[in-house]
Design a protein around this ligand. Structure first.
Ligand code: GDP
Ligand code: ZN
Length: 297
């Protein structure tokens, strides 16, 4: 039986929607119990004789995965092969920049790029400066209004040809931004953010939403509620890229940039070359991680 390469573009518990290499979309079941494909996965699939469904026979190795421990402590993968993490903040609800920093941290650890969006600029005075710190670190940033359409086109250009996920506090405008970016045709067929009855057979768990300007955004409730967790101190160091960069100049190779003498990071914070609030996020990330590690053992 001939095998085809496909991408998982939506998941409905154990059923999936696939996009084949030629652009055709088909529904598929999964062969056996061991395979656990998620949105964004590249898979192998074959047609099933006398059925509309196809069968997923293998999952290709992943470039990266967005994962979290589930209730029983096992790794649950939410999405795969993501190359951009879009972190949305807004003047309301009040921004929690520590959350933004933790999402960016997760992006670095996954080796995905980070993009910071400040939405609802129609509401904000002086909001243009809120992202300056991220500009300075080297992240792409964009100030949008899903309400007025301001800079939505610019936002779309930053997403072109990427596979992105969109994260951020509830109420910052993630759904509104996706609606602005996408065609209406899509929203009619698969509006996953609509409050459909949970657990219904047809409920989409996650979907990859194609953007008219190229690229796609993975949207899923799991990803939206995703709380990035650091496992080791190295995760925190890698996660804050300006700290990572500056840390090359520390006296000790294993400097944690907390209390060590000859710490280039502390010096840079004092000289205001590293933003003090970002450094505070870094410290808090380590404290959180150490608490969680203590609780676990
Ligand atoms: P989500 O929880 O991040 O998906 O946020 P929603 O997209 O559901 O938006 C939350 C609320 O903010 C809704 O009432 C939207 O109408 C509103 N909203 C979203 N974007 C904007 C914006 O750019 N400006 C203003 N004024 N309101 C917005
Ligand atoms: Zn140091």
């Amino acid at each position: 039986m001939s095998e085809f390469a496909a991408t998982v573009i939506a998941t409905y518990s154990r059923r999936m929607r696939l996009r084949l290499g030629d652009g055709r979309e088909v529904d598929a079941r999964i062969k056996g119990k061991k395979l656990r494909p998620v949105c964004g996965d590249h898979v192998r699939t074959t047609p099933i004789a006398n059925e509309d469904d196809w069968l997923i026979t293998a999952v290709d190795p992943r470039q990266n995965e967005l994962a979290r421990p589930n209730a029983s402590g096992r790794k649950e993968v939410l999405a795969a092969n993501v190359d951009l993490v879009v972190v949305v903040a807004a003047p309301a609800p009040k921004p929690d920049w520590f959350i933004v920093d933790r999402y960016l941290c997760a992006a670095e650890i996954m080796r995905a790029d980070g993009l910071v969006v400040f939405n609802k600029i129609d509401l904000a005075d002086g909001a243009r400066d809120a992202l300056q710190v991220y500009d300075d670190i080297g992240y792409d940033t964009v100030r949008t209004s899903a309400e007025t359409g301001d800079n939505i086109e610019e936002f779309g250009k930053l997403l072109a040809d990427r596979t992105a996920i969109i994260v951020g506090q509830s109420g910052v405008g993630k759904s509104s931004l996706i609606n602005r970016l996408t065609s209406e045709a899509w929203q009619k067929t698969a509006d996953i953010s609509a409050k459909r009855g949970e657990g219904r057979h047809t409920t989409v768990n996650s979907a990859m939403i194609p953007l008219p300007g190229g690229g796609e955004v993975i949207d899923s409730p799991g990803v939206r509620d995703y709380a990035p967790m650091l496992q080791t101190i190295d995760d925190a160091i890698v996660g804050y890229k300006e700290i990572h960069r500056t840390g090359e100049g520390c006296r000790f190779a294993n400097c944690k940039h907390l209390k060590e003498p000859g710490c280039a990071v502390k010096a840079a914070v004092e000289a205001a070359e590293i933003d003090a609030r970002r450094y505070e996020s870094y410290r808090r990330s380590i404290i959180l991680m150490e608490q969680l590690t203590r609780d676990r053992y």
